[in-house]
Design a protein around this ligand. Structure first.
Ligand code: NI
Length: 135
């Protein structure tokens, strides 16, 4: 991989750079360059995972009621049905009433999104969020 650094100038309104500097300080960036590199990488990853045929990794976070009749079993059943795309699952008993599950999915972007939508839309799931990334 090339380690040559390319330098470029950017024209930006003063109020916008002020807000940006406050944001990156809050997030712990050492300088603007590192923050801008991360923004560029994220934009490139989002572009890649937006293509239906791209191979992606997905982290699906689900929060659901522990009391909804057999929901846990149905979620597991659906992951068995798509076993080839389900890499791993982490289950946390959040409190007396709620469970948190993080499902790691792998495969074509369109398939990963479809599986995630199926799981998120199940009755009893209170919150679901899929984050896609690539290597
Ligand atoms: Ni639980």
């Amino acid at each position: 991989m090339s380690k040559t650094l390319f330098r470029f100038g950017v024209s930006i309104p003063e109020d916008l750079i002020g807000k940006f500097d406050r944001l990156i300080e809050k997030r712990g960036y050492a300088n603007r360059s590192e923050a801008i590199r991360d923004l560029i990488r994220d934009a490139l990853v989002q572009e890649t995972v937006g293509a239906p045929n791209a191979t992606v990794m997905g982290a699906l976070t689900l929060v659901y009621s522990h009391h909804t009749h057999d929901l846990g079993e149905r979620l597991t059943e659906m992951q068995h049905r798509d076993y080839a795309a389900t890499v791993s699952t982490l289950h946390v008993h959040l409190d007396r009433d709620n469970c948190l599950e993080v499902v790691i999915l792998k495969g074509r972007a369109s398939r990963v999104k479809k599986i995630a939508d199926k799981l998120i839309s199940m009755r009893g799931v209170k919150h679901g969020k899929l984050t896609l990334t690539t290597a």
